[in-house]
Design a protein. Structure first.
Ligand SMILES: N[C@@H](CCC(=O)N[C@@H](CS)C(=O)NCC(=O)O)C(=O)O
Length: 248
């Protein structure tokens, strides 16, 4: 497949956690989404470890543009870059979408980012075996003593958001429904909305990596892995844009 876009938008710096845990792009699915977008669009970038105090929205990812402007929120950053590509007369990743497909992409993306995200957090932080694997990765870049404090904070947030009130079985069913729906939408197409990737693919790919790459087995992981088309989709994107990670 030819490159989707050979960009001239100037090099930016992507601030994110500095590791590639479990042979996946990033601990943070939002960082993985944005980095995937940068790779697919061939926008030049370098990475640097985040400093939360400098994050414009207090969250990761955030970027610093060539002119020194800092932007936060993966989607805000992508929308800025989509406009920058269009201003250069280059096709933005989602420029070819019909309004119907744009709506499907938007709703699918939001289902993962605002719904399934909390399932990921639950599996990593709320379950004891999930936490053991997560703690080992966090200890690579934050002091080990802080990790239980982060856990306490995340468990509190999960409870107030609502996901933390469910049993692990209920969570597995919620998460499975997201992958069942993504598999149905993908069907036998190469990408969710057709023959080429769009922003929604960066999101779904990032969450698929988080689920399939997580080293703790669970009915949820098994359900995601049971969709042969999703497994092939992950492989297709890795082989094209994440060669440096090697095979899954
Ligand atoms: N809507 C944001 C969500 C970013 C987000 O939730 N990032 C998490 C890491 S996956 C974070 O920064 N958490 C730290 C915190 O909430 O303090 C985006 O798309 O960038």
């Amino acid at each position: 497949m030819p490159p989707v876009y050979r960009g001239r938008v100037k090099e930016l710096t992507l601030f994110q956690p500095p590791t590639r845990p479990w042979n996946i792009p990033n601990l943070s699915p939002f960082c993985a989404k944005l980095e995937c977008y940068l790779r697919v669009t061939e926008i030049p970038y370098k990475t640097a470890p985040m400093q939360m105090g400098k994050a414009p929205k207090g969250k990761i990812p955030y970027v610093e543009l060539a002119d020194g402007t800092r932007l936060g929120d993966s989607q805000h950053i992508i929308e800025h870059l989509e406009r920058a590509l269009a201003a250069e007369g280059k096709p933005a990743l989602d420029a070819d979408l019909s309004s119907h497909d744009r709506a499907i992409g938007h709703l699918t993306r939001r289902a993962f980012e605002e719904g399934y995200y909390f399932v990921t957090m639950y599996m990593r932080w709320r379950t004891d075996d999930g936490f053991a694997a997560t703690r080992d990765e966090f200890k690579k870049f934050i002091p080990g003593l802080i990790v239980p404090i982060v856990r306490r904070d995340i468990k509190k947030k999960l409870r107030s958001q609502g996901t933390g009130r469910h049993s692990v079985e209920e969570i597995a069913a919620l998460g499975a429904a997201a992958f069942d729906a993504a598999a149905e939408l993908l069907g036998d197409k190469p990408f969710l909305l057709g023959d080429k990737p769009h922003v929604v693919d960066c999101t779904v790919y990032a969450f698929l990596e988080a689920a399939l790459g997580f080293p703790v087995d669970s009915p949820l992981k098994q359900r995601a892995a049971s969709h042969a088309n999703l497994v092939a989709y992950r492989k297709r994107i890795r082989e094209r844009w994440w060669k440096d990670l090697g095979a899954a």
